[in-house]
Design a protein around this ligand. Structure first.
Ligand code: ATP
Ligand code: MG
Length: 448
């Protein structure tokens, strides 16, 4: 698609609210130094968009006509990263300013494709500012702020789109999604984060092209999943994933669980988990990928576990296999690194230990390194399953009393508490060991 040459609109200082006060000192230093050396340099991307919206940018990116090597010569605290698209990172203590040379042509944002048709492609990578603007994803992400005259430069109509809180793909939406299917997730994520609407022509192809997510790299989809769910707007992001038909291609097991969720328990548990995540981010508390994925994939795990138990496997074997199966299936879309999938499995496996109240087992569980996460997870399950509330309260109390008091309470406890019927768990609807693997199928609820 040969794009018509973009027309520059210059927005003068008095027509926009961006003030140097709100720009990181490090970014300003980089911009001034590049300008002094005779290069063009702009603040670009999410930072300009966020400043226009009165939000504090997460990071400050710079675009310039200096090559990465030229940038390196200007800054001692600079290292070059990336392969096909080399980027300069200028490091100021904990802050990194990413400096990218204007690029021509398509870019999937991952910055590390080196080969095309088995051949190194390093020629023709750099381009003009106009080319750099039109290779970006949304108009709102393609604005350039210059410290030399305090103007905002707009080649694609992004300034008005930010004003109207609209996400609009640059160029033909279908081809832009085909070039890089992750842009569909970015649309949903940015709409959730910024409270923007996805403009109709940019929204229309998403449901149709959603299956293309299967072709995206599962490592990149993992990164996207964290930005989507652990950045404080998970609940809204999830709603939009469902509304645009992306969920079944991004988290297929979650979509299946929700399709079978006649009682609404799954949804209730998921929404609670996502809301808790958002609340923790708002309070600047830590949120972990292990806990997030444990919650998202719990119904699938509980379902597979029930099936394996009904086939006569021992609990330990069934737990191990169910966890492996779910992780393997999800891994075809989102590659959850082992450092997160291992704790996720532990969180799941510890759930079957909570009903056991013999003294030795209680103390062993309390001392388990994953106890706290597993207990938080029990509370999450209990928020959807009333039968679990007594159990959660019991373990809350067990943690709050001195250990000798707890030991005294547990004297004589040798038999495990009566097991609960497992069919009340989200994901196990219509399943029980005695009923085998028969499934009660419900028609899929239409998306909102
Ligand atoms: P956030 O505030 O969440 O970081 P962002 O828009 O800054 O949002 P980044 O992933 O940091 O997102 O990307 C920086 C910029 O790079 C974007 O604003 C956009 O201009 C460009 N970009 C990122 N990913 C893509 C992509 N897949 N296709 C085209 N351009 C992209
Ligand atoms: Mg950014």
């Amino acid at each position: 698609m040969p794009p018509s040459p973009p027309i520059l609109r210059v927005i003068e200082r008095e027509q926009h609210p961006i003030s140097r006060k709100n720009i990181s000192k490090s970014a300003l230093r980089v911009l001034y130094r590049l300008n002094e050396a005779g290069f063009d340099a702009y603040l670009v991307g999410g930072a300009v968009r966020d400043l226009l919206l009165g939000r504090q940018p997460k990071d400050f990116d710079v675009a310039t006509n200096a090559t990465p090597e030229e940038v390196r010569q200007l800054f001692r605290n600079c290292r070059l990263i990336g392969r096909r698209f080399r980027l300069a990172h200028v490091v100021f203590g904990p802050e990194i300013i990413e400096v990218a040379t204007f690029r021509a042509g398509d870019d999937d944002g991952s910055g590390d494709r080196e080969m095309e048709n088995g051949r190194l492609v390093r020629d023709n990578v750099y381009g003009t500012i106009e080319e750099d603007a039109v290779r970006r994803d949304f108009t709102a992400n393609a604005l350039y702020y210059a410290v030399s005259d305090f103007t905002v430069r707009d080649y694609v109509g992004g300034f008005d789109d930010v004003g109207a809180r609209v996400l609009r793909l640059i160029g033909d939406p279908e081809s832009r999604y085909r070039e890089d299917p992750v842009r569909m997730l970015r649309a949903v994520r940015l709409a959730a984060k910024l409270d923007f609407t996805i403009e109709a022509a940019s929204a229309e192809p998403i449901a149709r092209l959603a299956p293309l997510l299967a072709e995206a790299s599962n490592a990149r989809l993992f990164d996207e999943s964290l930005k989507l769910f652990l950045a404080g707007h998970a609940e809204r992001g999830f709603e939009l994933l469902e509304r645009y038909g992306l969920l079944e291609h991004f988290l297929p097991d979650v979509a299946t669980a929700l399709a079978l969720d006649a009682s609404g328990l799954c949804r209730q548990m998921l929404v609670t988990a996502l809301r808790d995540c958002d609340a923790r981010v708002a309070e600047e508390k830590s949120v972990t990928p292990s806990f997030l994925f444990a919650a998202l994939l719990w119904p699938a795990y509980a379902h597979d576990l029930q099936v394996l138990l009904s086939q006569g496997h021992d609990l330990a074997v069934a737990e191990q296999r169910a966890a492996d199966r779910v992780t393997l299936r999800q891994g075809s879309r989102i590659a959850i690194p082992r450092r997160f999938s291992t704790p996720m499995h532990e969180i799941w496996w510890l759930q079957s230990r909570f009903p056991q109240r013999q003294r030795k087992r209680v103390f062993r569980l309390l001392a388990h390194p994953r106890f706290r996460a597993a207990f938080d997870f029990l509370e999450l399950r209990a928020s959807a399953v009333p039968e679990l509330r007594e159990e959660a309260q019991w373990w809350a109390q067990a943690q709050s009393v001195p250990s000798d008091t707890l030991a005294a309470q547990l004297v004589g406890k040798t038999a495990p508490a009566r097991a609960r019927p497992a069919s009340q768990e989200p994901g196990t609807e219509g399943e029980s060991p005695s009923r085998g693997t028969r499934r009660r199928r419900r028609p899929r609820k239409a998306a909102e």
